[in-house]
Write a protein that binds this ligand. Sequence first.
Ligand SMILES: Cc1cc2nc3c(=O)[nH]c(=O)nc-3n(C[C@H](O)[C@H](O)[C@H](O)COP(=O)(O)OP(=O)(O)OC[C@H]3O[C@@H](n4cnc5c(N)ncnc54)[C@H](O)[C@@H]3O)c2cc1C
Length: 370
Amino acid sequence: MRETAAAFVRDVVRPAAAGWDEAGAYPREAVAASGLTGLFCPTGYGGAALGYPAGMEVFEELGRGDAALAFSLSMHNAVAAVVAGCDDAALRERWAGELAAGRALGGFSLTEPHAGSDATAITTRAQKDGGRWRVSGRKAWVSLAGEADLFLVVCKTADGPGHGDIAVVAIERRADGVSFPRRYRTAAAAFLPIGEMELAGAPATMLVPPGAGMRAALGAIDVARCDIAAIACGLHAEALDIALRYARGREAFGAPLLALDTMRFALADVLTDLEAGRLLYARAAERLGTPAGPTAVAHAKRFCPDAALRAAIACSEALGAYGWLDDTPLPRFISLAKMLQVVDGTAEVQRLVIGRELERMAETTDPTRP
Ligand SMILES: Cc1cc2nc3c(=O)[nH]c(=O)nc-3n(C[C@H](O)[C@H](O)[C@H](O)COP(=O)(O)OP(=O)(O)OC[C@H]3O[C@@H](n4cnc5c(N)ncnc54)[C@H](O)[C@@H]3O)c2cc1C
């Protein structure tokens, strides 16, 4: 699957990405033909049934091409895996095969205009109407807004504060009461539709029951955070390759740039960060689904996008003025690395998770020692 992803990046993404941006249209057909839409789904639904470590290698390859497209595939694959593993047989049979084949796309709606990092502050509300759940509220930062066919929506089922009543429901894009009133103008990747989703009594299928929703959402987000760390490493590795190609061929003061110690020192740090990032996401992938998973993922998500941004800037500088031209993807990479810092939880949110681990560690220290 890693080679499939590398071929997809080489043959499809790199030649076409600029055109997708100009058209402002999500490349649905290319994504469906990629063979990368059912990475974690069982083979019975046409998926690849990958384990997390193998899946993350696929995401690193995708990050070499376009981090925004890779992010959309991360979200889609998470949704496809949840639907393929859900208890609702009708929903599973209707959607799992379609999502795994890429004929349908999946989206995930948690964030609201007033609630981002503090996800427990969401107010989108599901209510029973006869035998059927209906959902009302406004979601923000919905990726694949208006494009995905099935959205997993995190919502409340009671009016009180807190997350004791939170559930996850599935809502079809074409259902009554679903609209996408606003599309954002973003700094890069104009092909990826991101915007607001309005829900006005939209019919929904209960996927994760009230009370279990926040834990289930955080489990899915942990996988997505690990994907993002791997995608960041792909962007990082590609930026370094571009800088090395240039620094090997460009001469200054009678020698290739790469012969200058100052250039080597700058790129040495880029390579050390890449090695560290790869180890962090690989270890996190092995720990996903275990009690050690959330902290391992937080370390990787905290480190890798920041390192990718540093790398994209350093590699752009290695090209001098040429690093600022649109002839290279480096200006775009800088913007996409910024995006990777925020999606699926900022570095500060990861530090909150790591902070809880620090508290646990502190409890096991010996108070009698200085
Ligand atoms: C490209 C893109 C695509 C996205 N796609 C989706 C999607 O498909 N579905 C979805 O549900 N969401 C999506 N999001 C939303 C994303 O998950 C949120 O943007 C993210 O969780 C941060 O929330 P916020 O932007 O509201 O920032 P806020 O929560 O308002 O935070 C603002 C700043 O305050 C800091 N901060 C917040 N709390 C603390 C704290 N306790 N301590 C210290 N600092 C703090 C943050 O780190 C940040 O720097 C997307 C975002 C982007 C950029």
